[in-house]
Write a protein that binds this ligand. Sequence first.
Ligand SMILES: NC(=O)c1ccc[n+]([C@@H]2O[C@H](COP(=O)([O-])OP(=O)(O)OC[C@H]3O[C@@H](n4cnc5c(N)ncnc54)[C@H](O)[C@@H]3O)[C@@H](O)[C@H]2O)c1
Length: 318
Amino acid sequence: MALRALVTGGAGFIGSHVADALIAAGYGVTVLDDFSSGKRENVPAAAEVAELDVRDADAAALVRDGGFDVVCHLAAQIDVRKSVTDPVADASRNVLGALNLLEAVRAAPSRPRFVFSSTGGAVYGDQEPPPSAESQAKDPESPYGIAKLAVEYYLSYYGRVHGIEAVALRYANVYGPRQDPRGEAGVVAIFCRRLLEREPLVVFGDGLQTRDYVYVGDVARANVLAARAALPAARRLDDRAYNIGTGVPTSVLGLAAAMQRAAGVNGAITHAPARQGEQLRSFVDVRKAGSGLGWAPEVSLDVGVRLTLDWFRRAQDG
Ligand SMILES: NC(=O)c1ccc[n+]([C@@H]2O[C@H](COP(=O)([O-])OP(=O)(O)OC[C@H]3O[C@@H](n4cnc5c(N)ncnc54)[C@H](O)[C@@H]3O)[C@@H](O)[C@H]2O)c1
């Protein structure tokens, strides 16, 4: 019988690519989404849809009784700034939602594996210089990062105490087709739109701040591998956590140049005042995902931004 997967947030940017990849790998896929930001057109035609909030009893019942082999949990409030202005709403979706599903996994006869979308961009502190390895000190700077880390502690607890197979994938800055400008790599979507409008790219500060931009197809493949990989024993927080990035720092100026090349544009770059409190350097060490999941990034920045621009162009011409 075909393996079965539940993808929460499967109508969103990354979740819809995870659903695509699981279907391509032979899974029967159900997408659970409340469509608060997700879109119907993102959901693959072959997937079943459950329009539910991850905090609902019906969502828990689906996880418990759905006979799933894996639950890929991506549904979340993803806006870091919103988490600062309304940490209660953020924790409600991002902590209580995950906990509701984890309790259902504990009660599920099928004992599904739980693959959680965490963040490498927001859980590590600024104290140690990058690249951040999984064992690096955690010191989240936002309620969003705190909520993600809190869920990771729950995963570790459920692994140790209840024998749940739970994996945390700590994504760097994910970009690609269908992305939303509010996400952690929102700058790529914003640059795409401006390039297609033939407007200059605006860079905050000197543009030398770095991020680790990972292509969404690579992230989706990491979820498929994490659904089946042999897992180490769950003793401590980081045992079943894997960074998913490229390990390569890219400055905003470097990103702007790569995107201008991809668009065939030689336009100006405008500088705006630096944003207060912005992290200057962030990229992750991805070697553990290589040895633990058999995963490595495959799509270079040049190829990835071209695929992304092509998609934005088609969406605009729509
Ligand atoms: N985009 C990034 O760079 C990045 C980086 C690190 C981690 N992540 C994580 O990856 C996951 C996916 O992010 P994304 O960028 O695809 O965001 P997205 O907003 O495109 O997708 C989130 C999806 O979850 C759904 N959703 C939100 N609240 C829900 C609820 N209470 N019940 C059911 N569905 C709900 C939304 O409708 C949407 O379809 C999130 O958990 C996010 O925190 C993203």
